[in-house]
Design a protein around this ligand. Structure first.
Ligand code: NAP
Length: 248
């Protein structure tokens, strides 16, 4: 994307990133912090979150917060508690990046493991819904809040063997559209979905073990559009399905 973020684009913004301990979420958290945001690092592996926390502190960026949470087992009450803590600590939320997700096993629908079906939809669809629902009050406290759902090529066009993962990404697109329509009139919250495209992460290598990762961009290289969507320059962008890289 042809966009250059100003160094203080996200100054004084409070942004929650799910799956902030690894891959694209880690790069996004660091990039948001580097542009002035206070980032809430949510994820399930504390050691990874602490590592990202240390990287942000060592770079002299605003002190982040760590919120360990396993999206697979989290209840509606857990999301309400999180929102309550954010309210007490910060009073509002300016950005919410739904980045965490699980791939599940790539297999024909006929043989898809039912428990894994539930598990993938819980992490990739129900969790972002419950988190969004709990955070709407906080987002309304911001003068210009941004919610970003993370999609995928297989969330825009179905592909054999991608099972619950593909279905969950299609559903996130639907969730984004319904929410965008509901929030259009009376709020200053914008809602969009973003497909990062092929990116050099663990999830990508799990899905394509035979691929040479060096042929893919690193998460750091696709951060422009993430910054754009979290900053005020994207104020008028609402209800759109966007791509970080050209779709192939
Ligand atoms: P990744 O490196 O595997 O990172 C996924 C993150 O989600 C990790 O931090 C992981 O935590 C977290 N996570 C998974 N299950 C969780 C749970 N139950 N509770 C809390 N956190 C959980 O994957 P990635 O490639 O960066 O993917 C980021 C997003 O981009 C995903 O939504 C993915 O679908 C999307 N995407 C990626 C690509 C690509 O080519 N990489 C392409 C299209 C879309 P742990 O590290 O603790 O496991």
């Amino acid at each position: 994307m042809d966009y250059t973020a100003t160094p203080d684009l996200l100054k004084e913004r409070i942004i929650l990133v799910t799956g902030a301990g690894d891959g694209i979420g880690r790069a996004a958290a660091k990039s948001f912090a580097a542009h002035g945001a206070t980032v809430i690092l949510l994820g399930r592996t504390i050691r990874k979150l602490e590592f990202v926390y240390d990287e942000i502190i060592q770079a002299n960026h605003p002190k982040p917060a760590i919120y360990p949470m396993n999206l697979e087992g989290a209840s509606p009450k857990d999301y309400e508690d999180l929102a309550e803590i954010i309210y007490k600590e910060f009073g509002r939320l300016d950005g919410l990046l739904h980045n965490a997700s699980m791939l599940g096993k790539l297999t024909p629908l006929e043989h898809y493991d039912i428990n894994q079906w539930y598990q993938v939809l819980q992490v990739n669809l129900n969790a972002p819904y419950m988190l969004t629902r709990a955070c709407l009050g906080l987002l309304k406290q911001s003068s210009d809040a941004s919610i970003v759902f993370t999609s995928s090529n297989v969330g825009r066009k179905g592909r054999a063997y991608w099972g619950a993962y593909a279905v969950s990404k299609f559903a996130q697109e639907g969730l984004m559209q319904v929410l965008a329509d509901e929030l259009e009139q009376n709020t200053s919250i914008r809602v969009n979905s973003l497909n990062p495209g092929k990116t050099r992460t663990k999830m990508r290598s799990d899905a394509y073990p035979g691929e040479n990762p060096n042929t893919l961009p690193a998460p750091d290289e696709i951060m422009n559009i993430y910054l754009y969507l979290m900053g005020a320059d994207s104020r008028s962008v609402h209800g759109q399905a966007l791509d970080a890289q050209p779709m192939v």
